[in-house]
Design a protein around this ligand. Structure first.
Ligand code: NAD
Ligand code: IPM
Ligand code: MN
Length: 358
């Protein structure tokens, strides 16, 4: 196959630990499926602040721009938490998404049967849960104007939430298209009873919906959605929502699968180029211990194969390998019922690599 260029930005904390396992998986699929990847690594996040004085150095961004896909670990940590905005790792993450035009963040949460006991929810509630959160990624309160000012009662802080029609339209269309390929149910989540941006959002959804007559649409207020996700998760198929609601709801959805260490994601724009990263962060509390769950990042590689490269067979082989390793009872600490038997990051990665079959 044609050589594909992968830009690797591993970042901070457990980022490099889980990315290393994902690369092992990619190497194994090269052999088995005749794929070819060329990896290029770039400084990103806190480590880039330390070494280069900025969380997203220009050469790292250019490396991503000339790649076919980006594999990202995670950024952030206590070391940089009191830095000003420009010197925060998270600012680099928002910057890379924006600069690459990745407005659509796909976060699937499907429950592996054998992990039902790893969730804090009752197994019968989880039965049949297989949903996707489609999160708008480059707008809303994350990207609106932010500032401090002197008010009548002292210092004030302002975050502005802005959405235009184009931004809502493009993400909502993607969500309808994803829903059409699945069980044809779409929940649009907003706070239209309070927020003006949500009222615009809902208007756009209602206007576009007739173009997708086969998709059953419901509007759900975000507070109710947070509750329904725990009450009847299997009733959701595709959830589309704005940036911050999607951030929060996807971490909530992670607990349906047993752990945030299981949740993969794809960030896409209009074309097939994409950035792939676990939903979780740099996990400073366990960084450096070799115990992080690499599955979220490994499943993100499967998304990369399917959504950017169309390597469907290899994508399925990765997902099947993960399932088989879990079915055989292997667990990292975050999904283990008996924590004393938990495997480390590389042991889990090795087992998955060995389980990938053509
Ligand atoms: P987090 O997701 O890093 O961790 C939350 C909890 O989940 C922690 O207890 C952690 O140990 C656990 N956890 C996360 N991933 C795990 C894995 N793969 N295996 C096992 N356990 C795992 O969220 P946080 O603690 O709120 O944030 C830590 C830092 O990460 C912050 O600086 C935050 O800004 C950053 N962050 C970055 C990203 C990203 O890079 N995409 C995402 C979320 C948070
Ligand atoms: C995520 C993270 C980021 C976000 C932070 C670290 C900026 O929580 O990828 O979910 O809020 O988008
Ligand atoms: Mn998040």
């Amino acid at each position: 196959a044609e050589v594909k260029k992968i830009a690797v930005v591993a970042g901070d904390g457990i980022g490099p630990e889980v990315v290393a396992e994902a690369i092992k998986v990619m190497r194994k699929t090269e052999e088995l499926f005749g794929l070819q990847f060329e990896f290029e690594h770039g400084l990103f996040g806190g480590i880039a602040i330390d070494e280069r004085g900025t969380p997203l150095p220009q050469d790292t961004l250019e490396m991503c721009q000339r790649s076919d896909a980006v594999l990202l670990g995670a950024v952030g940590g206590p070391k940089w938490d009191s830095n000003p905005k420009e010197l925060r790792p998270e600012t680099g993450l928002l910057g890379i998404r924006k600069a690459l035009g990745l407005f659509s963040n796909i976060r699937p949460a499907n429950v592996f049967d054998c992990l039902k006991d790893a969730s804090t929810l009752k197994p019968e509630v989880l039965e049949g849960t297989d949903l996707i959160v489609v999160r708008e990624l480059t707008g809303g309160i994350y990207f609106g104007e932010k500032y401090r000012r002197e008010g009548a009662h002292g210092e004030e802080a302002v975050d502005t939430c802005v959405y235009n029609v184009t931004e809502v339209e493009r993400i909502v269309r993607q969500a309808f298209e994803i829903a059409q390929k699945r069980s044809k149910r779409l929940a649009s989540v907003d706070k239209a009873n309070v927020l003006e941006t949500s009222r615009l959002w809902r208007e756009v959804v209602i206007r576009i919906a007739p173009e997708y007559p086969d998709v059953e649409l419901e509007h759900v207020l975000v507070d109710n959605c947070a509750m329904q996700l725990l009450r009847r998760p299997s009733s959701f198929d595709v959830i589309v929502t704005e940036n911050m609601f999607g951030d929060i709801l996807s971490d909530e959805a992670a607990m349906l699968t047993g752990s945030i260490g299981m949740l993969s994601s794809a960030s896409l724009g209009e074309g097939s180029f994409g950035l792939y990263e676990p939903v979780h962060g740099s996990a400073p509390d366990i960084a450096g211990q070799g115990i992080a769950n690499p599955i979220a990042t490994i499943l993100s590689v499967a998304l990369m194969y399917r959504l950017t490269f169309g390597y469907e067979e290899a994508a399925t082989a990765i997902e099947t390998a993960v399932k088989n390793v879990l079915d055989a009872g292997h667990r990292t600490g975050d999904i283990a019922v008996d924590k004393s038997k938990a495997l480390g990051t590389t042991a889990m990665g090795d087992l998955i690599v060995a389980a990938i079959k053509r």
